[in-house]
Design a protein around this ligand. Structure first.
Ligand SMILES: CC(=O)N[C@H]1[C@@H](OP(=O)(O)OP(=O)(O)OC[C@H]2O[C@@H](n3ccc(=O)[nH]c3=O)[C@H](O)[C@@H]2O)O[C@H](CO)[C@@H](O)[C@@H]1O
Ligand SMILES: C=C(OP(=O)(O)O)C(=O)O
Length: 486
């Protein structure tokens, strides 16, 4: 389909996503220098979507953001050099690299490979402004305490989708022999015996993903055995356990609700490939569904059981063979459209909260009404108001949303919306793809935290989406330095 952008290209429109510089960083003495290299795009870009196109073709799925963040933190447990492959190049992974650099680690981030050497780590206090940008940065408290017996880490940031306290982390670290206090907006922790952490037993009163990962890393470096119960069972936990094992740790039970760890003083460097991103996989499945299209993607691991069951029940045909997944949501005939379904988000293997907003966009276009209950985060409905601007009929009561399908004559139309968090932002991209006309999305930096080369991947399967970067230097025909905040 001819794009309205092509005949008279607007010089402000750039596609694909500008490639960020990949610096080589060897100066562990100067964390400020490091931060200035690991640049973050400013938030004044916009995504412009000319919706209504059917999608077709193949998508290459990137490495998992959430695995990569935990495993980057885990390199702090390892002496020598760790080489990580299939790391997605995202603002979150770059921030994590910056956090490791601020501790004195030497890092090279090139394409999708990160090489980390932690032998010259000389600080236990990472740059607080970076910790405040994402949730994963806080995970370094586990390996720092384990390796050095102390840590001073700012309070974590991440998507604004609930209070997101750190009480389970604190109680868990205390069970491993740490004294933990929150002072001046920072968590100050040290080993009570003045030497190092000691193994222990700890029951998580909720299977928190981040607390499980943090305690696994701490326990790997504690003296003696640790037994964690009611732990998170997400595939990212298994990926972290595999990395730790590859680096010399003894971790058993990852993927179940109990993890047993035999502590070691120090792990060694290793080479490890990050697993594919299951949230990105789910998002592209939803992109096909909402546009009633047929696409394929790889590599895909079977890590979305509840989500795939729901989509199949709605009428999507999903074939997952080896590491390739094909989805067809093309209606077989008139009157046979996708049906709505009810969703209750839950820890793995339940329906993933990180796909709730994008699923809500799809359900607004389905043939019957649906109910979405968000049970993991108490405030993950920020996207509803923006989806309503497209014409979606959604009513919210607390953490439950009633999503009316197109029985109410809903037809999405392009509009101007703002992303206020990562997955909520992505639900707006999906709604834009399914809309008639032009959609303009602001707050793109939220989306950039979690989707690598988003516009390129969507364009390759036939979407009409471009990035409008207000900081492009048109005089030099290249992306100006001012595009990035230093
Ligand atoms: C970087 C990363 O991996 N982020 C993921 C991780 O976040 P994160 O690790 O932050 O998510 P958690 O599993 O910890 O949070 C789940 C629930 O537990 C609560 N809680 C958590 C810790 C704590 O000490 N006290 C407490 O009450 C949280 O407020 C939330 O309501 O898992 C979430 C749930 O799958 C995903 O949405 C995030 O994408
Ligand atoms: C909630 C998410 O990330 P974070 O935990 O970093 O906020 C997410 O990836 O959807």
């Amino acid at each position: 389909m001819a794009s309205p952008f092509n005949p008279n290209p607007n010089p402000n429109l750039s596609s694909p996503t500008p490639k960020l510089p990949h610096p080589k960083i060897h100066n562990s003495q100067n964390p400020k220098l490091l931060s200035s290299y690991l640049l973050h795009p400013k938030s004044d870009a916009k995504l412009i979507i000319n919706g209504g196109s059917r999608l077709s073709g193949h998508v290459t799925i990137s490495g998992s953001k959430n695995s990569a963040l935990a495993i980057l933190a885990a390199t702090l447990c390892c002496s020598g050099t760790s080489k990580l492959k299939n790391v997605p190049n995202l603002s979150d992974t770059r921030t994590m690299a910056s956090i490791l650099g601020s501790l004195g680690a030497e890092i090279e981030f090139s394409d999708n490979e990160v090489v980390v050497n932690t032998d010259r780590v000389g600080s236990v206090e990472p740059e607080s402004s970076d910790i405040g940008k994402l949730r994963g940065g806080f995970f370094v408290i586990g390996p720092l305490l384990g390796r050095f017996g102390e840590a001073v880490v700012g309070l974590p940031g991440g998507c604004d989708i609930g209070a997101r306290p750190i009480d389970i982390y604190v109680r868990g670290l205390q069970a491993l022999g740490a004294v933990v206090e929150v002072r001046d907006g920072k968590v100050q922790a040290y080993a009570a015996n003045g030497k190092g952490l000691v193994g222990g037993r700890f029951h998580l009163d909720y299977p928190s993903v981040g607390a499980t990962e943090t305690l696994m890393m701490a326990a790997c470096m504690a003296e003696g055995k640790t037994f964690l119960t009611n732990v998170a069972r997400e595939p990212e936990i298994i990926d972290l356990a595999n990395f730790l094992t590859e680096s010399g740790a003894c971790v058993q039970g990852a993927g179940s609700d109990k993890i047993y760890i035999c502590g070691k003083n120090q792990l060694h460097g290793s080479e490890y490939g990050i697993m594919p991103d299951r949230v990105e996989t789910g998002t592209f499945i939803l992109a096909a569904a909402i546009t009633r299209s047929c696409i394929s993607m790889s590599p895909v691991f079977c890590s979305l059981p509840s989500f795939l069951d729901k989509l199949s029940g709605a009428g999507c045909k999903i074939i997952h063979r080896h590491n390739n997944l094909q989805i067809s949501a093309v209606p077989a005939s008139r009157g046979h459209d996708l049906r709505g379904f009810n969703v209750r988000t839950q820890p793995y293997p339940g329906f993933p909260t990180d796909l709730q907003p994008q699923t809500m966009a799809l359900l607004s276009t389905c043939s019957v009404a649906s109910i979405i209950e968000e049970s993991v985060f108490e405030n993950r409905m920020g996207h509803v108001r923006e989806l309503q601007k497209f014409g979606a009929k959604i009513e919210v009561c607390g953490s439950t949303a009633l999503v009316f399908g197109k029985e109410r004559g809903i037809q999405f139309s392009g509009t101007q919306v703002t992303a206020t968090d990562l997955r909520g932002g992505m639900s707006l991209v999906l709604a834009g793809l399914a809309s008639e006309g032009i959609t303009e999305i602001s707050g793109v930096s939220h989306i950039d935290r979690g989707y690598e080369n988003l516009e390129t991947k969507l364009c390759l399967i036939g979407a009409d989406i471009k990035r409008l970067d207000l900081n492009i230097d048109h005089t030099s025909n290249s992306i100006a330095k001012s595009t990035y905040a230093i």
